[in-house]
Write a protein that binds this ligand. Structure first.
Ligand code: SF4
Ligand code: FES
Length: 166
């Protein structure tokens, strides 16, 4: 379920169910996104342009934003782009309509879709590929890989109980 955090110039929304915990948000805007604070997302703790920039790096589409200051919303022109991530999901960037298993439909600007076949939240990746030894060619998730994940090769969920995020 998507939660909304409203700031003065920008509104941030987050859907934990599709977050793949690579931590681009925590690394890019540590004042805005903090796992040990409630609410964990404080849009006004950063400058709206910077918050938007970091959110656009969120590969899963878990984080989205809506500008409240009249500046442009996230936009993608042309066809959506699909990139296989090495040993992981398909990363899609561009406006896509995704149908969940329960039949609900959501339009997302970014998404990471399961290709190992074992996600419990299909069509989204839920990091099962980290546990089942999935191997497949693709690009390294270089710019999106957090220091936490790079060092420990495990999702951030292991460092904090994600169900407590609000
Ligand atoms: S997918 Fe990564 S950048 Fe997006 S919300 Fe989850 S941890 Fe943050
Ligand atoms: S590719 Fe990540 S759960 Fe399948």
């Amino acid at each position: 379920m998507r939660k909304v955090y409203r700031g003065r110039d920008i509104e941030v929304s987050f859907d934990l169910d599709i977050c793949i915990h690579v931590g681009e948000c925590l690394r890019g805007e540590p004042r805005v996104f903090k796992l040990d604070r409630r609410p964990w997302a404080l849009p006004d703790a950063g400058e709206a342009d910077a918050v938007a920039q970091v959110i656009e790096l969120c590969p899963s589409g878990a984080l989205q934003y809506r500008r409240l200051d009249g500046k442009p919303q996230e936009q993608h022109s042309g066809m959506a782009k699909v990139t296989p991530i090495r040993d992981g999901p398909l990363m899609v960037v561009g406006e896509i309509e995704v149908k969940r298993e329960d039949g609900t439909v959501e339009v997302l600007p970014r998404a990471t879709l399961c290709r190992c076949g074992e996600s419990e939240h299909k069509p989204f990746c839920d990091n099962q590929h980290l546990h089942n030894g999935f191997r497949a060619p693709g690009v390294k998730l270089k710019i999106h890989l957090s220091p936490v994940r790079a060092q420990l090769d495990r999702p951030i969920t292991k460092l904090a109980d994600p169900r407590r995020l609000d």
